[in-house]
Write a protein that binds this ligand. Structure first.
Ligand SMILES: Nc1ncnc2c1ncn2[C@@H]1O[C@H](COP(=O)(O)OP(=O)(O)OP(=O)(O)O)[C@@H](O)[C@H]1O
Length: 258
């Protein structure tokens, strides 16, 4: 991206975060006493064995789900103090999302998908900024195509553009490369990395892939719903080592009834 850094990102913090599902015999503690401070303008990856609470943590941090107890702050917004309507507005106006399954509307063109969050808010995107984002993600000649006419990698680049175009405080990405071949996945990771480096964007990403996590500045590891480890300036090899220590069998067990 060819624009000067603007540091759009804000800090995301979680304090004493706990999330339980169900009750009685079927109670599951998905998150337990999680304290986390994610710096503004940095790329953080969340990793851990299957069932360790990664998606639950991302959903609680992003205001998609309410924790059982504890606090989440995005910038100076305390999510627990927002009613559902305000939380929806915060998500729409201040947060960008990139999901594994792209989540594009099939009847809309790439361009219509990119500007959809702003259209819903009754706003028009700044045309210069829209063009910069579209150029950065390499979709200039695909704007009139519908998702079915785009490759998986192109669809995910539409989703990244949709996340970037609102200049969100933070982008949350849940397995953004999970449905992509390694070349398309690398392209999407490069875009996220670039958004951090050139725009000061804050990015938080859940991934299973050590190579994807190596694009982050910091990797935090969950095990059984708790923070278990972390790495700064990770490499894929060090991430894999840390994961193997946490989960030697390569498969985590769900954390039931602690
Ligand atoms: N809606 C739900 N109802 C009951 N239990 C749930 C629900 N969502 C998640 N869980 C449980 O909470 C725990 C954490 O789940 P979560 O999906 O956050 O883990 P994860 O690390 O993202 O797993 P994976 O890597 O397999 O996607 C698991 O034991 C899971 O079975």
């Amino acid at each position: 991206m060819s624009v000067a850094p603007t540091t759009t990102g804000v800090t995301v913090t979680a304090q004493a975060l706990r999330k339980e599902y169900g009750s009685g015999q079927s109670r599951v503690v998905a998150l337990d006493s999680v304290d986390l401070d994610l710096a503004a303008g940095r790329f953080t990856a969340i990793m851990g064995p299957s069932g360790s609470g990664k998606s639950t943590l991302l959903h609680c941090l992003a205001g998609l789900d309410r924790p059982t107890s504890g606090t989440v702050r995005i910038g100076d917004a305390d999510l627990a103090r927002l009613d559902d309507r305000r939380l929806t507005l915060l998500r729409r106006d201040r947060i960008g999302f990139v999901f594994q399954k792209f989540n594009l509307l099939p009847t809309l063109t790439a361009e219509e998908n990119i500007v959809l969050p702003q259209a819903i808010a009754g706003r028009r995107p700044d045309p210069d900024w829209l063009q910069q984002v579209v150029t950065a993600v390499g979709l200039t000649d695909r704007l009139g195509h519908r998702p079915a006419e785009l490759s998986g990698g192109q669809q995910q680049r539409v989703a990244v553009a949709r996340a970037l175009v609102t200049r969100p405080w933070v982008i949350f990405a849940d397995e953004p490369t999970g449905n992509l071949d390694s070349r398309s996945g690398a392209e999407v990771l490069r875009l996220l990395r670039n958004a951090v480096d050139t725009l000061g964007q804050t990015v938080v990403m859940v991934t299973h892939d050590p190579v994807a996590a190596a694009h982050a500045d910091r990797v935090v590891f969950l095990a059984d719903g708790r923070l278990a480890d972390e790495l700064r300036t990770p490499t894929a090899a060090r991430v894999l080592d840390a994961l193997t220590r946490l989960d030697p069998a390569g498969a985590g067990a769900p954390s039931v009834q602690r």
